[in-house]
Ligand binder design. Sequence first.
Ligand SMILES: Nc1nc2c(ncn2[C@@H]2O[C@H](COP(=O)(O)OP(=O)(O)OP(=O)(O)O)[C@@H](O)[C@H]2O)c(=O)[nH]1
Length: 332
Amino acid sequence: MSAEKKKPIACIVIGMAGSGKTTFMQRLGAHVHEHTIPSYVINLDPAVNTVPYAANIDIRDTVNYKQVMKQYNLGPNGGILTSLNLFATRFDQVMTYIENKTDVEYIFVDTPGQIEIFTWSASGQVISESLASTFPTVIVYVIDTPRNTSPVTFMSNMLYACSILYKTRLPFVIVFNKIDVVRHDFATKWMQDYEAFNEALSSDQSYSSTLANSLSLSLDEFYRTISCVGVSAVTGEGINEFLSKIQLASQEYNEEYLAELSARKEKVEQIRREKQEDDLRRVEQDTADEKDGKTKVVSYQPTTGKRVVLNMNDDEDREEEEALKRFLNKQN
Ligand SMILES: Nc1nc2c(ncn2[C@@H]2O[C@H](COP(=O)(O)OP(=O)(O)OP(=O)(O)O)[C@@H](O)[C@H]2O)c(=O)[nH]1
């Protein structure tokens, strides 16, 4: 019997504008090419002028962002969001296409520069859930390390990362990019040592520093569960370590996320079953009512779901029956 086909790991690369997502994708592309690691690359940024890596699937081949802006009279962000929505409606075709590929190890997905367009939109959710329901999927959160050396900025970025983690519930890898400019040691220290972070904050007396101080304790749990790695998309430093973290995160997907996913599916299935049983009970009760030989009108009040039975043969019910009929006609 042949061994079960190993599924590729999907890496959804997100990050604030300018954090280096595209350069990082370019570096990953070069790395997998050099080491002949079969991979699949998807670009979901419709507004980018040129993509400096070889994308197997490019949203720009399906949706013309400038035309979308013109057609729907939208600004740049509305144009990107609508383009992504249009693409999401066809994402099942993308899924079928990738599923049929054999021996792919990684699927790298680049997302629009405006982070919220992907992370907080329905289309972003559709795309990430489609990937996560089929492949081990990891969120890769790219951070511009030199721009996060201020503790308050660092905390804001971490809160954002944390909110995405709780929204997607997928394994999460933080990539501290641009370590050729500033090393990321300060960041790992702040994540491991609450006192060190507070000390760094003490030089900042602003209101946001007080807020950051009180929030930093809440992030403790988040710091303990996520993994992080320092890379330079320009020099290629840290890429091997990044791929090792991705492998570990995919194990986490198999052990935790999959179990949670099937529990969620089971819950939805249970609600559906209960509704079906309830409908069946109603039909049985209606049938029983008809067995006494009288014609009945059975209806359910739309707001409360309360069952209403009117005996058409009883004079006293005539008036009420007419009222109900008028009501039902109005509903139709
Ligand atoms: N020194 C250095 N510069 C980097 C690195 N990664 C990216 N950059 C630079 O950072 C800038 C932004 O990089 P992009 O890759 O365009 O960033 P992005 O996140 O895709 O940007 P958006 O598409 O606007 O979201 C560019 O000037 C890159 O050359 C890095 O590892 N080291």
